[in-house]
Design a protein around this ligand. Structure first.
Ligand code: ATP
Length: 371
């Protein structure tokens, strides 16, 4: 495995062994993490993993019990929230209903006592950036949900923060609007180059918007990487299962070397996998992780002896339009899931319930995970 890249010598945000406890709960546990300047960074994890607490400590709404938080090299723990060069975007219902769009955007700037001309320039800039031109005089209730969301964003960006914090900002929107807003956020972040940190429990949202993701569980960061690194090279069973669908073939590590790893399952079948980063000695218990779309499904055995093959019977087919999902009961009783892209019409009909099928996968399509 390749060595990890050099740590960024000048991260925009550095959490250095940060801990936050509430009574008997350790919400964040000696957590260290770097966020680079200009990246769209997601904190992703299940409910209660500590992601909001981490964001709130960056904003200054919570104080760490131990550790340091550096922003552009400065320890900001003693700095009160309103003096920190960060801003939090709240959900759109936190807009002031009695103020106009322009008034909402100007609010924080007035509190900072910026000169009137500067405030007007900034409000105009934000209306343009958030595609709200011509709507400056409206009240929030005269806007669509998407427009209100953009006002909340414009308000948070008006002070030109070094880091914009977003805590589940899109949770209240329906699916379609949420997806649109995700693309708007990405586009805006790209244009501004401001560091964005979003908290979400929605893995699709994190994969869509983020340059890098920190996957959190129980107060710890369990993996950091780009969306494709996290999806293609999960470091643990937990991460593999949390991000997307995965089939785990349980077995024993036979050998591991530069040419790959050999894993033998309980039925004695042997599989070759690309040697990913894992910590198991030969003889150790491992799992081979294969994503459903990595399988090739066929009604004949694979011709190429170098690919891995499994045989079984189709017990269920789910037709999703773009994809068909096959549930296959392997000969040893294990149930696995394979997904196939429906490029041709009626592709889902070519393989039917109860058909005997072979699932094959290339060594580089599988990841070996330790216990
Ligand atoms: P969610 O997605 O549900 O918001 P989260 O990952 O953001 O979850 P946190 O809100 O950071 O999680 O909470 C982490 C843990 O700390 C949880 O067990 C939570 O109950 C606890 N916690 C958070 N804030 C407080 C508080 N003010 N007082 C007591 N316990 C708290």
């Amino acid at each position: 495995p390749a060595p990890p890249p050099d740590p960024d010598p000048r991260p925009m945000v550095r959490f250095d062994a940060v801990t936050r406890r509430f009574a008997d709960v350790t919400a964040v546990d000696r957590l260290s993490l770097d966020i680079r300047e200009g990246e769209f960074f997601a904190l992703l994890g299940p409910s209660g993993c500590g992601k909001s607490t981490l964001l709130r400590m960056l904003a200054g709404f919570e104080r760490p019990d131990a550790g340091r938080i550096l922003l552009a090299g400065e320890d900001i723990v003693p700095v009160p929230p309103y003096r920190r060069p960060v801003n939090m975007m709240f959900q759109s219902y936190a807009l002031f209903p009695h103020l106009t769009v322009a008034g909402n955007i100007a609010f924080g700037l007035k509190q900072e006592r910026l000169p009137k001309a500067e405030i007007e320039t900034r409000v105009a800039e934000m209306l343009r950036l958030a595609r709200l031109e011509g709507l400056g005089g409206r009240k929030p209730h005269q806007l669509s949900g998407g427009q209100r969301q953009r006002v909340a964003l414009a308000r948070a960006l008006a002070k030109h923060p070094k880091v914009l914090l977003l805590d589940e900002p899109l949770a209240a929107l329906d699916k379609k609007l949420r997806e649109e807003t995700q693309f708007e956020l990405m586009e805006l972040q790209d244009r501004l180059g401001t560091t964005f940190v979003i908290v979400t429990h929605d893995q699709e949202e994190a994969m869509t918007v983020a340059d890098r993701i920190a996957v959190m569980n129980q107060g710890h960061v369990v993996q950091v990487g780009t969306p494709s690194e996290i999806y293609e090279q999960p470091r643990s069973r937990w991460v593999a299962g949390f991000i997307g669908d995965v089939n785990l073939i349980e077995g024993e590590l036979v050998s591991a070397g530069p040419d790959g790893a050999v894993v033998q399952d309980r039925a004695g079948r042997r599989f070759l996998a690309e040697a990913a980063s894992f910590s198991a000695a030969p003889g150790g218990t491992v799992a081979l992780a294969v994503r459903p779309e990595k399988f090739r499904v066929s009604t004949t055995p694979p011709a190429d002896a170098t690919v891995n093959g499994l045989s079984g019977r189709v017990v269920d087919i789910g037709y999703l339009g773009d994809l068909s999902i096959y549930k296959v009961r392997l000969d040893d009783g294990t149930l696995v899931k394979a997904s196939v892209t429906n490029i041709r019409r009626h592709a889902a009909r070519e393989i039917d319930w109860e058909d005997a099928v072979w699932l094959s996968f290339a060594p580089e399509a599988a990841v070996v995970l330790g216990e």
